[in-house]
Design a protein around this ligand. Structure first.
Ligand SMILES: Cc1ncc(C[n+]2csc(CCOP(=O)(O)OP(=O)(O)O)c2C)c(N)n1
Ligand SMILES: [Mg+2]
Length: 349
């Protein structure tokens, strides 16, 4: 029913030393971004941030297996994928500060990160169906978490994609948690990949902390997808940090999770030691990438600070063509709040 692609020797993949170095570089770059973003949130620079620490191998490995024209339908957690695809750091930061549009004019095909869980899954099926109508040879990678598989949208999206042969890779990053709900409470299925045959698809599991295995599994799946056969790929990894900066996992997550070590081990340390052993990188590689990434982030923060923050009124736009009465009333209320308090951040949620 499903294959497990475990620890991959580079020789078993289509990657050469240069490609492997790029993957490790993007993992380290993403980690540095994540660390700085958390620090920025702590000093009130943005209202909330969802860290992806521990998931870099899974996200970067998958991103590098995509072709240039492939669409990504991400969530709030997929920022390492966005960065590895080529979205500038400034754009990710500006989005986190409330602006819905990208600031730069990059041409990476990516939908806005979905915060309502699983809503991007039927969207991705629709994008894939549109590709079939236009005859495009592109594919869609739909990223979602383990928790999203309990939503009706998961069923609807996979069902449509299966019936209409939409070129979509359903990339489920199983990080062990949906906020405080552990994966064993998420489903009674033997795995998430095991659900695939119910939609007429192949289901695949991959060791999500091995970026080369993820790259290989994603590349193989995308070949099938481009032939009109959607795939459900489950990447097994672990959320090392909090759900968001508003969460305290010490209240529910055990210090020693009851999962195999390969699930919870650090993907960067593992990849670095493997590549050092293979003679593909030297000892100083990670440190020098960290330094460069630090400079890149500092410049991105400066640029983001020069962009005007979102207007509170923005949250009322873009949903309805004509604003309904209740929403108009709420907008009036918010406008008068801002007029008297000077700042929306004074709101007590
Ligand atoms: C429709 C909907 N219901 C509930 C929530 C609240 N919520 C935010 S994140 C989350 C858990 C999602 O878990 P998972 O899909 O595993 O993604 P992860 O956060 O682990 O990346 C929930 C329930 C939401 N955002 N949208
Ligand atoms: Mg999860």
């Amino acid at each position: 029913m499903h294959r497990v692609i475990g620890e991959r020797d580079l020789t078993e993949t289509r990657l050469d030393g240069e490609a492997a170095r790029t993957i490790l570089r993007d993992m380290v770059r993403a980690r540095r971004f994540d660390e700085r973003a958390i620090a920025l949130q702590r000093r009130g620079w943005m209202s909330g941030y969802p860290p992806f620490r521990g998931q870099e191998g899974s996200q970067v490995g998958a991103a590098h297996a995509m072709a240039e024209g492939d669409w990504l339908a991400p969530t709030y957690r997929a920022n390492a994928m966005l960065l590895a695809r080529g979205v500038p750091m400034t754009d990710v930061l500006v989005y986190r500060r409330g602006r819905e549009e990208f600031h730069s004019d990059h041409d990476v095909p990516v939908l806005p990160g979905a915060v309502p869980i699983a809503t991007q899954i039927p969207h991705a099926a629709g994008v894939g169906m549109a590709m079939n109508y236009t005859g495009a040879d592109d594919a869609v990678v739909c990223y979602f978490g383990d928790g999203a598989t309990s939503e009706g949208d998961f069923h609807e999206g996979l069902n449509f994609a299966g019936v209409f042969d939409a070129p979509v890779l359903f990339f489920c990053e199983n990080n062990g948690w949906a906020i405080s709900v552990p994966e064993e409470r998420q489903t009674a299925s033997e795995s998430i990949a095991a659900k695939a045959p119910a939609y007429g698809m192949e289901g695949v599991q991959v060791d999500g902390n091995d970026p080369f295995a993820v790259h290989e599994a994603t590349a193989l799946s995308l070949e099938r997808v481009r032939g009109g056969e959607p795939v459900l790929l489950e990447s097994l990894t672990y959320r090392q940090g909090a759900h968001t900066t508003a969460d305290d996992p010490s209240r529910y997550a055990p210090e020693e999770p009851d999962l195999p070590a390969w699930r919870t081990a650090d993907p960067i340390e593992r990849t670095e030691s493997y590549l050092v052993e293979q003679g593909v990188v030297d000892d100083g590689f990670v440190e020098s990438v960290r330094e460069d990434a630090g400079e890149e982030i500092t410049a991105a923060i400066e640029e983001a600070e020069s962009i005007p923050p979102a207007e509170p009124d923005d949250v009322f736009d873009y949903v309805f063509a004509e604003t309904p009465r209740e929403l108009a009333d709420q907008r009036e209320w918010l406008r008068s709040f801002v007029a008297t308090h000077g700042d929306v951040n004074e709101l007590d949620y």
